[in-house]
Ligand binder design. Structure first.
Ligand code: CAA
Length: 380
């Protein structure tokens, strides 16, 4: 196994580190406080080729590999998990399935929109009564001549009220269970598409989350993604890839929180010495380091296997489960390390702790990751 980054991967990491320091860090607290979508930075990320970076050059992208995308998300999330989330969703959950399952025409049209066209993408699977049990959605798609008519609503959609291209899952044959679900590419300009409730969340305040409503929404027949009835498989495969992005996001949050806590511990003097000189702090940082290193190896391994075209479902679920729980644990310890200061909004660790929580929930809860992992190692 090669533990070194390629030249391109190293370049991406360095570019994203600089971008995060100069553009993301300065506005991260304000983005959180004001619940503002970081539009200017997302535009700059389009200009840099990071939005849709996994898309091959012939469809307008940078042709980067999955590890490059994970590195970009990790670096951004060290300072602003919201920005990392917007990129992760766009790359993994919208560009990903179109790249993998789209026709040549769909790829030329939509991947170009999602890269050169600066249109943000989203993924609509979850419904009010179908979260972890993703196959129980009731959103329907009925073929009428040259178009499908979609009805129903989707909730907790990342990028929901800023996105213009959506990968949507709906029942084309409710009698067939998971085999009756199909995937569609839907534009926000299609008749019958609307944005519903904007969510007010514990964390990730810069990441726009909303309900998406389809009311007799007209979707051209050619916007069916993959074959009819293959939607659930497409959703599951997409989430396998998306989970690498969330693992990278959680990793970045954990790294950012550890760095903040270390800086604090080195300068905070109590009982006559910096608190970093107490073994209690030293052991806490040693444990954080071990968890981050392990999480990094799991995440990069999953990304490398995906790019190699190997089966990576188990690796992605393992990486997501481990890094998200590590992020929650490390951010909680970081707040504790900073004491009363850590609990205030003057220090970023309280935001990081709120942001970390969602990584244990979205794109499959920790419990669902355990279902996937145990299913893969024990057999169903
Ligand atoms: N890749 C491809 N196909 C897969 C697959 C995978 N990783 N996992 C399952 N499938 C296929 C199976 O092979 C099977 O297909 P066939 O019938 O053709 O054999 C079909 O899917 C059904 O499989 P299961 O019986 O295993 O499905 P299940 O109903 O038991 O569900 C589950 C399995 C793992 C619990 C799944 O429902 C799941 O992952 N749930 C979590 C959903 C989730 O992560 N939601 C996140 C929403 S998106 C989000 O959060 C982003 C946002 O914008 C906020």
């Amino acid at each position: 196994m090669d533990f070194h980054l390629t030249r391109e991967q190293d370049l991406v990491r360095r570019m994203m580190k600089d971008f995060t320091e100069t553009e993301v860090k300065p506005i991260a607290a304000e983005t959180d406080e004001t619940c503002t979508y970081p539009r200017e930075n997302i535009e700059k990320l389009f200009d840099l080729g990071v939005m849709g970076m996994i898309v091959p050059k012939e469809y307008g992208g940078a042709g980067a590999d999955d590890l490059c995308s994970a590195l970009a998300i990790e670096e951004l999330s060290k300072q602003c998990a919201s920005t990392g989330d917007i990129v992760a969703t766009h790359n993994g959950l919208c560009c990903g399935p179109i790249l993998q399952h789209g026709t040549e025409e769909q790829k030329q049209k939509y991947l170009r929109m999602l890269t050169e066209g600066h249109k943000v993408g989203a993924f609509c699977l979850t419904e009010p009564d179908a979260g972890s049990d993703a196959s129980k959605g009731t959103c329907t798609a009925v073929l009428e001549g040259d178009h499908y008519v979609l009805n129903g609503s989707k909730i907790f959609i990342t990028n929901g009220y800023v996105a213009e291209v959506f990968v949507v899952f709906a029942m084309t044959d409710p009698s067939k269970g998971t085999k009756g679900i199909s995937a569609f590419i839907v534009e926000s300009s299609f008749p019958g598409f609307s944005v519903g409730k904007h969510e007010s969340k514990m964390g990730l305040h810069g990441s726009p989350t909303s309900e998406i409503v389809f009311t007799d929404c007209i979707v051209p027949k050619e916007n069916l993604l993959g074959r009819e009835g293959k939607g659930f498989n497409i959703a599951m495969q997409t989430l396998d890839g998306g989970r690498i992005g969330i693992a990278a996001q959680a990793l970045g949050i954990a790294e950012g929180a550890m760095e903040e806590a270390m800086n604090f511990a080195k300068s905070r003097v109590q009982f006559g010495r910096p608190i970093s000189k107490f073994q209690n702090s030293q052991f806490a940082f040693a444990d954080m380091h071990v968890a981050i290193e392990a999480g990094r190896l799991l995440t990069y391994k999953a990304a490398i296997k995906k790019t190699a075209g190997e089966k990576f479902t188990l690796d992605a679920a393992t990486a997501k489960l481990f890094t998200s729980e590590a992020a929650m644990n490390i951010t909680t310890k970081a707040v504790q390390m900073c004491g009363g200061y850590g609990y205030t909004k003057d220090y970023p660790v309280e935001r990081m702790m709120r942001d970390a929580k969602i990584t244990e929930i979205y794109e499959g809860t920790s419990e669902i990751q355990r279902v996937v992992i145990s299913g893969n190692i024990l057999g169903k």
